[in-house]
Structure formats: structure tokens, C-alpha cells
Design a protein around this ligand. Structure first.
Ligand code: CTP
Ligand code: MG
Length: 232
């Protein structure tokens, strides 16, 4: 059984909106609903765990009850960091789950093709993440705004979600991170530090995380153009 966990308990500070960005609407639907429907339309996924702010649980349950076509889901309370929100999600897994995907609630344009590829590779190698080659040259810059180094772009990838893992791998990685008080910015980094090799699966440049205000325009343009529909 494949379970997808959706961290959506952030505050969306960089979006500078008055509400959590995952509730902002694109083409008349909240971003989070687009995300959950993308996974619900994909055969590779069995059920969903939606992690939202403790004060949003009731409202989200009521909202999702009005959405037809969702796979079986739970709505649970998150915490102060993305990693802690996902940790809460892992505690709610069905015992039959053997593969876990983590996907940002704020990434509504994901295709079933990417989801399926991550599930397949996670099953095969234990850990897989969607990523795309970096388009820009990336610099390491010190605190005084001085360039320290220019890593070779050939080896740089921009990492996305979904990130998928065998259940035992992700549970062990999260437990170890909690024991060590390690805080990472993605799930893979927790798995890497317990010595598991993570396979990169080709993501999509349209699979953006809605983070700052201009991302709303970009996401809406992709949706209107049917980019996702084309690649599914
Ligand atoms: N997230 C979460 N719990 C947190 C923080 C973030 O579940 N304590 C979720 C967000 O809701 C989002 C995903 O993790 O879907 C990716 O995080 P990010 O894009 O950083 O979202 P926010 O933290 O909400 O935004 P910001 O950092 O701008 O405040
Ligand atoms: Mg954040």
C-alpha cells in the first residue's frame, strides 16, 4: 500500500498573503485541493494523509468533504517545522503501508507520471526523489555577500517533491533525525544521513512549489495551458 503525506501546515510567510498559501485559489480551487486531486487521479497511490495547522483541521475536514474524487484520506495536525509536520504524519500510517511519498501541499502541478516514477523507484531502491537539472549557475556566497565558490552546474539538481521511500527507511531516518535534533530542508537529507543512497528521478520544470506571489501567476499559466493534463 502506498501512502502520500502532504505537509500543508506552514504559514506561507514568503507569499505575504493573509492566509496559509495552500488555501489560495487557482482556477477557482484551493492549491491544496489541486494537489490532493492530482494524487487521487493517480493509480500508483492508495491513500492520503493531509497535515495542516492544528487550528485548521476542522475547516479542512469540512472543505475536503465537499470535494468529489479524493482517495481515502486523514486530516491531522502538523507542527512548527515541515519536518515535525511530516513526523506527525508518519505516526498515522496504516500498518499495511509499505511505501511512503511526501509531497508539498503547495505543489499543485505534479503529474501522475512523476508520482508513478517515484513510487516505482522507491520500491526498487528504497529512496527516490524528483529533481530537475539546475538551469541557473549556482554560487556559494558567504555572510558578507562575497562569492566563495561556483560548483559545477553539471552536478547540480533542483530538488522537488514527491520524495518516496520504503516505509522502514523513512521511519528510521525521521527517528534518527529526532534523536540527533537534526533539522533538514527535505526528506532525502534525513535519509542520506543514515547511509541510504537516494535515486534521482526526472521531475518536471512545471512542478513548481508555490512560494512567492509571482509563483501564483506562473502556476495559473501552467494550469490554463494544460501542461499537467498533457504529461499525465
Ligand atoms: N509545512 C508544514 N509545516 C510547517 C512548515 C511547512 O507542513 N511547519 C509545509 C507547507 O505548508 C508547504 C510545504 O511544507 O506545503 C513546503 O514548505 P514551504 O514552501 O516553506 O511553505 P511555508 O513554510 O508555508 O512557507 P514559508 O516558508 O514562506 O513561510
Ligand atoms: Mg517554510
Amino acid at each position: 500500500m502506498v501512502t502520500a503525506i502532504f505537509p500543508a501546515a506552514g504559514q506561507g510567510k514568503r507569499m505575504k498573503a493573509s492566509v496559509n498559501k495552500v488555501f489560495l485559489e487557482l482556477m477557482g480551487k484551493p492549491i491544496l485541493v489541486h494537489t490532493l486531486l492530482a494524487f487521487s487521479r493517480c493509480d500508483a497511490i492508495d491513500n492520503l494523509i493531509v497535515v495542516v495547522g492544528a487550528d485548521e483541521v476542522t475547516f479542512i475536514k469540512a472543505l475536503l468533504a465537499t470535494v468529489p474524487g479524493l482517495k481515502p484520506y486523514k486530516v491531522i495536525a502538523g507542527s512548527t517545522e515541515r519536518q515535525y509536520s511530516i513526523f506527525n504524519g508518519l505516526a498515522q500510517l496504516n500498518p499495511a503501508t509499505d511505501v511512503v511519498l511526501v509531497h508539498d501541499g503547495a505543489r499543485p502541478l505534479v503529474s501522475c507520471q512523476i508520482i508513478s516514477a517515484v513510487v516505482e523507484e522507491a520500491r526498487k531502491s528504497g529512496a527516490a526523489i524528483a529533481a530537475v537539472p539546475a538551469k541557473d549557475t549556482i554560487k556559494i556566497v558567504d555572510k558578507g555577500d562575497l562569492v566563495e565558490a561556483t560548483p559545477d552546474r553539471q552536478s547540480l539538481w533542483t530538488v522537488q517533491t514527491p520524495q518516496g521511500f520504503k516505509k522502514d527507511v523513512i521511519v528510521k531516518a525521521y527517528q534518527q533525525a529526532a534523536n540527533d535534533e537534526f533539522l533538514g530542508t527535505d526528506d532525502s537529507s534525513l535519509v542520506e544521513r543514515i547511509g541510504v543512497r537516494v535515486k534521482v528521478v526526472q521531475g518536471d520544470y512545471s512542478n513548481i512549489k508555490v512560494t512567492t506571489p509571482e509563483d501564483l501567476l506562473i502556476a495559473e499559466a501552467f494550469m490554463r495551458d494544460g501542461v499537467v493534463a498533457k504529461v499525465v
